[in-house]
Design a binder for this molecule. Structure first.
Ligand code: ADP
Ligand code: MG
Length: 395
């Protein structure tokens, strides 16, 4: 059996190293921010409240949430920029550790999963209450294509390891019976969320002080036996939302681009007033882009594609976006979907949902959310919404 796997992290890290120091270039996993290190900075007048920064924006590359994080920050001074970028990294690591991870015992998702089948359920923080509500709405609107209750199935496919260091040499395609068994634990219609005033007693396993539950109305989650949450499709979306808040709290930051693998956040502007340029990766050659988005101000650009995480067995590609109907990688004539909208959380979930739904239903769904969508099809054609056409330029 020929087994080939690729961790985009490794490839991307290499790409970033190569790009450091180049002007007007950049790197990203599924979309590339093109405001390059030092590119065009120091030219032109600085807007009010922003000091001259002849050294260019603060730039750094690090890893968090299982992906490469690339930051470009324009601030009044380098100290502020450096401080904000360190805060951003801490925010991402905390989000993974305290909320999203299904592997770390410290996280809310881990603890909620551990209580699947219990009578008492699990009291969610305000943050995860909102996140889960938004996921359920997307489940409904996508006719079940997007489903965060697929945890047992994603674990069966061992998707996390495809991007990890441990390799996939012992990867085996799960058998039909195992997939069916895992699928029987899933279904967003089978979980229950009950509103609760959390001013009541704190409880074991969910300390309100630690979890951010603080006397407001929260949701208590009841997962049926065997069901496991997997918030992998929206983690970076929530991260983008939190990063926007972080940046807004720092008036000395005038602009930023933060790339979290397949999700890119643009914020504010550059001192010289030129727009952000974000490239959309070409699924057929991930070192290239199919085109560039020209954007002003705050936007979230999320991409999902079959080239992000996959294993290849005997020439067949098994990727990480699963069809809840089959429990297998979605059979789609789409190679990649990019969503453009203000809201990070929704954009991340939508890109996953639209990949499974395909362009026809996907466009309708994106429109329902007021989002712009771009589909790269397996024959190389590109389909996009009207709004996307206005800011996209083909390479
Ligand atoms: P990435 O996490 O690489 O940015 P996506 O945002 O498209 O990519 O999310 C893919 C992840 O979402 C998978 O790794 C898996 O954890 C989870 N997932 C896979 N299929 C679905 C689905 N149909 N609905 C919701 N989540 C999914
Ligand atoms: Mg997603």
């Amino acid at each position: 059996m020929k087994l080939f796997f690729r961790t985009v992290m490794t490839a991307l890290a290499a790409a970033i190293i190569l790009c450091c120091g180049c002007a007007d270039t950049g790197a990203g996993r599924t979309a590339q921010s093109e405001n390059g290190p030092g590119a065009e900075d120091g030219k032109g007048d600085s807007p009010p409240g922003v000091g001259k920064n002849s050294a260019g924006p603060w730039q750094c590359v690090d890893t968090a949430m299982g992906t490469v994080v690339q930051q470009t920050i324009y601030a009044a001074d380098q100290e502020t920029a450096q401080d904000v970028s360190a805060q951003a990294m801490e925010l991402l690591r905390e989000l993974e550790r305290e909320r999203i991870s299904w592997r770390l015992e410290t996280s809310e998702v881990y603890r909620a999963n551990a209580l699947a089948g219990s009578e008492e359920g699990f009291l969610l923080s305000e943050e995860l209450s909102g996140l889960l509500e938004s996921c359920l709405l997307l489940w409904e609107r996508s006719e079940g294509a997007f489903d965060v209750t697929l945890g047992t199935v994603t674990r069966l496919w061992d998707i996390d390891r495809w991007a990890g260091e441990s390799g996939t040499e012992d990867f085996r395609i799960p058998g039909k019976a195992a997939v069916e068994q895992a699928l029987s634990t899933c279904g967003s219609d089978r979980l229950r969320l009950v509103e609760e005033d959390s001013a009541a007693e704190p409880e074991e396993g969910n300390d309100p002080a630690e979890s951010g539950v603080s006397g407001e109305t929260h949701l208590r989650l009841f997962l049926p036996e065997g069901m496991q949450l997997d918030l992998g499709a929206v983690g970076k979306g929530l991260a983008m939302e939190k990063l926007i808040t972080l940046l807004e709290e720092r008036p000395n930051v005038s602009g930023a681009v933060i790339s979290l693998g397949g999700s890119i956040l643009t914020y504010g502007g550059k001192p010289d007033g030129t727009p952000w340029r974000v490239g959309i990766v070409d699924p057929f050659d991930t070192s290239e882009s199919v085109g560039i988005l020209t954007l002003e101000g705050q936007w979230c650009v999320s991409t999902s594609g079959d080239y992000e995480r996959y294993v290849e067995v005997d020439g067949v590609r098994y990727h990480h976006i699963l069809d809840p109907k089959t429990g297998a990688p979605a059979a789609s004539d789409v190679r990649g979907v990019t969503i453009l909208m203000k809201d990070g959380l929704v954009s991340d979930g939508l890109s996953t949902a639209c990949y499974i739904l395909g362009p026809e239903k996907g466009m309708t769904l994106a429109e329902e959310y007021g989002a712009e969508a771009l589909f790269v099809m397996s024959d190389g054609k590109i389909e996009m919404s009207e709004g996307m056409k206005q800011c996209f330029m083909k390479r």
